[in-house]
Design a protein around this ligand. Structure first.
Ligand SMILES: Cc1cc2nc3c(=O)[nH]c(=O)nc-3n(C[C@H](O)[C@H](O)[C@H](O)COP(=O)(O)O)c2cc1C
Length: 183
């Protein structure tokens, strides 16, 4: 199973990027998680959407070829970061590579609410006509990691909190079943 991962933080020691890397290693027998380079995407420009820069072409192709997409987002001012919205805007135009794509959303923050507001925005965006992703249904499947600084190991950067890892295992299983049922 080939899954593209979008991470909404560009910070070197990002908890959300560390979560992506933890998942890459922990679930490598079950799926191949490829982290997309959304940093190199230029700002969306509608004048360029029909013949976009190479980085955009490659990003859209990766999403198009994937069995599903995992989106891991911090919360910036109660929403998703601009770099992630920018990637979704490119993906929403011309060939609309997200239509019907199974998506799992996760997020980590040092705050208490675990990116819930950002993820609510994200779900609205993923429902837009140019995107129309198939989002893992929310009932119990939201992965909201609050107090991230207490759950990741400072040295290795890995997610080490047992309770969170157990919860994540069950949600990843749900996503794998969801992807199989959609493809
Ligand atoms: C511009 C900005 C806005 C932020 N807004 C929120 C917010 O609305 N809610 C929240 O829980 N955390 C907020 N934070 C704190 C981030 O959740 C925290 O910095 C987190 O570590 C970012 O994710 P990262 O570690 O993957 O970079 C904000 C941080 C920044 C830099």
């Amino acid at each position: 199973m080939n899954i593209v991962v979008l991470v909404g933080s560009l910070r070197k020691e990002s908890y959300n990027m560390q979560l992506a890397k933890t998942m890459q290693e922990r679930y490598k027998e079950k799926m191949n998680l490829e982290i997309a380079d959304i940093r190199s995407l230029p700002h969306f420009d509608q004048d360029e959407e029909n013949n976009p820069p190479q980085s955009v072409k490659e990003f859209k192709e990766a999403v198009s070829n994937a069995d599903g997409v995992v989106i891991i987002t911090p919360e910036y001012n109660w929403s998703i970061p601009g770099v992630l919205k920018n990637a979704l805007d490119w993906a929403s135009r011309v060939d609309k590579v997200f239509i019907g794509k199974p998506v799992m959303a996760l997020g980590a923050t040092m705050g208490m609410l675990g990116t819930v507001r950002a993820q609510m925005h994200l779900r609205e965006i993923l429902d837009a006509p140019g995107i129309q992703a198939r989002i893992l249904p929310p009932g119990g499947n939201e992965v909201l990691i609050g107090f991230a600084h207490q759950k990741f190991d400072e040295q290795s950067g890995q997610l080490v909190d047992e309770g969170t890892l157990n919860f994540l295992d069950s949600k990843v299983e749900a996503f794998i079943d969801f992807v199989k049922s959609q493809n």
